[in-house]
Design a binder for this molecule. Sequence first.
Ligand SMILES: Nc1nc2c(ncn2[C@@H]2O[C@H](COP(=O)(O)OP(=O)(O)OP(=O)(O)O)[C@@H](O)[C@H]2O)c(=O)[nH]1
Ligand SMILES: [Mg+2]
Ligand SMILES: [Zn+2]
Length: 348
Amino acid sequence: MINDPEAHSETLTGVVLNGAHGIYDVHTGAGVLRCTLRGKLKKAFAQAQSAKSVNKSRPRYDKMLALPKSERIEHRDSSVNALPVRLSVGDYVKLHRLDSKTGLIDEILPRSSELTRKDAASTEKKPVQQTMLANLDQVALVFAAAQPQPHFAMLDRYLAICESAGIRPIVCLNKLDLPHEPYVGEAAALYARLGYTVMWTSYKTGEGVDELRQLLRDHTTLFSGPSGVGKSSLVNSIEPGMAIKTGLVSEATGKGKHTTTGSQLYPLSGGGWLADSAGIRALATYDIAPEDLAGCFVEFRPYLGECLYSNCLHIDEDGCAIQQAVEDGVIDERRYRSYTRILSGEER
Ligand SMILES: Nc1nc2c(ncn2[C@@H]2O[C@H](COP(=O)(O)OP(=O)(O)OP(=O)(O)O)[C@@H](O)[C@H]2O)c(=O)[nH]1
Ligand SMILES: [Mg+2]
Ligand SMILES: [Zn+2]
């Protein structure tokens, strides 16, 4: 088989484990192959990328809010791109083998889902979308109970993005072994009341790790959250030695203070996939239209359609059912503040 030149041109299907500078490690039935993109694909990507940066500049929410209420029109973006703009970790690809270790990617299969953020290189004039992971169905939103202190406004932003993308979030509060402030427990209770799965974990004591592992089985889960909260540490204790199993050496799984760069996908021995990703400082709700944002806050949903104005953005309008619910103490005020912050374009 190894000496048969025909065997090397066979077409395989695989999933992208990691990628940088046009080189991708792809997990296939024939092992992990180091791949590049076929020239034709590269060209198509470049074209799609430039088209997207022109068409996809969404009006900023704060500019919309400056308009009189009656002039707040619907801004829907229906230009759904079937072809991914860039090849991302988690993408399924068709490729052919060049030799026992390398391959050439011929085709990218349509994504079932994706989680995107605004690229660090993004500017207001030219927003660039970065896919953290393709074809995922869960996100473990990891925050530390302390060191660093959790910012729940950022968690709210993440939750809205997950709701919008149809991806199940798991709230994970790590570093349970450290003493933490009362507001952390209160927030955790709030998220549980909203119906979210909340896990308390500690990489140091191993608490909660087995339960978290159970939730990951047969799913594709992205670990995301701020830097230094313990994502890579948790990933390591969930699947010790997984880097060895995939034959990849990754800084992500190194001991000590290795900050992860990019995303890295690993197969789980119990079935499913797990991706570790780089810590996030600010998170833009890149793809949520202002009029869709309220629906991404689960506790707002019963009130949608109950406001006096059908185009109510729930900020300062008269007869707003959501503002009333906040006043009545039914909707948590902090969550409502997170909503208004996202709407006004603040990025935290
Ligand atoms: N006390 C305590 N420390 C932890 C725990 N989990 C991780 N740490 C420590 O926190 C630091 C950061 O952990 P990492 O796993 O590198 O954090 P990360 O989220 O992957 O960070 P980035 O890759 O920068 O995004 C390390 O020094 C870990 O030893 C925990 O449960 N308790
Ligand atoms: Mg890390
Ligand atoms: Zn309203």
